[in-house]
Design a protein around this ligand. Sequence first.
Ligand code: MN
Length: 291
Amino acid sequence: MLIESRPVKLTTRTGISVDRTIPHARLKTIGAWCFIDHFGPTKQTDGMVVSAHPHTGLQTVTWLFEGQIEHRDSIGSVQLIEPGQLNLMTAGHGISHSELSLATTEVLHAVQLWVALPKEQMNIAPAFEHQADLPVINQPGIRAKLLVGEFLGAKSPTTHFTELVGAELRLDPGAHSIPLNPLFEYGLLLVEGDASVAGDELPKTSLKYLAPGQSAVSVTSSHGALLMLVGGVPLEERLVMWWNFIGRSHEDIQLARQEWNTRSERFGEFEDNIGGWIPDPELPSVRLSPR
Ligand code: MN
């Protein structure tokens, strides 16, 4: 299955647009990965200025190809992130954060991915970790950075709660065989260059989905490629995703929304250089149902 990205405007001061692949009408999740946004490359004038907003029930994974972003959150984290480093925010029961691309940054190019927390962990205490020294894999024709999980004999220290993998792959021109875990489903997102995955040529910022049961996939590239690989054991649970919240019921979302809009202590407080906070959009008049 090939999922083409669609442009989505984010509610921020600068109204930035991202290329979103999942969730998609035909594909909600890949393992516990439930959200894939690609952003840029763009000039600083369209930089990222995302005021304070909340999350529940998920982990946010921020990964840069170019630029610098400052993260601040309600558990006191202040963290600059640069290309090749990982910011992982585990929202659990509730957290709020802001993201600001620095003025020194000429070009910003990034992905933000979400991982759904399983039901047993969806209400854990919020946490934040910065990984500046992730495993690097060098094989003939392939250079990879391992964000989370295990891949090509390396193991990432990043905290996760379900069987997952996430990696940045840089491929030289030519034909490659990428080993896969047959228990996992996968997505390969083309960020730069050109790539055909299992015979399908990928348009830029689109994603090739691979069902479980395969022990390798062939990727060919004429000029070289930068790809993100995500995978995991298919999620057995159905989720209710609304705005920045993940829950299991309409009521979970309604409560999170109300507690954010009334600035309840669930989502804490912090100071940043942006100011303000993003109110939750209105819920639709129909009940949100798990999908
Ligand atoms: Mn966020």
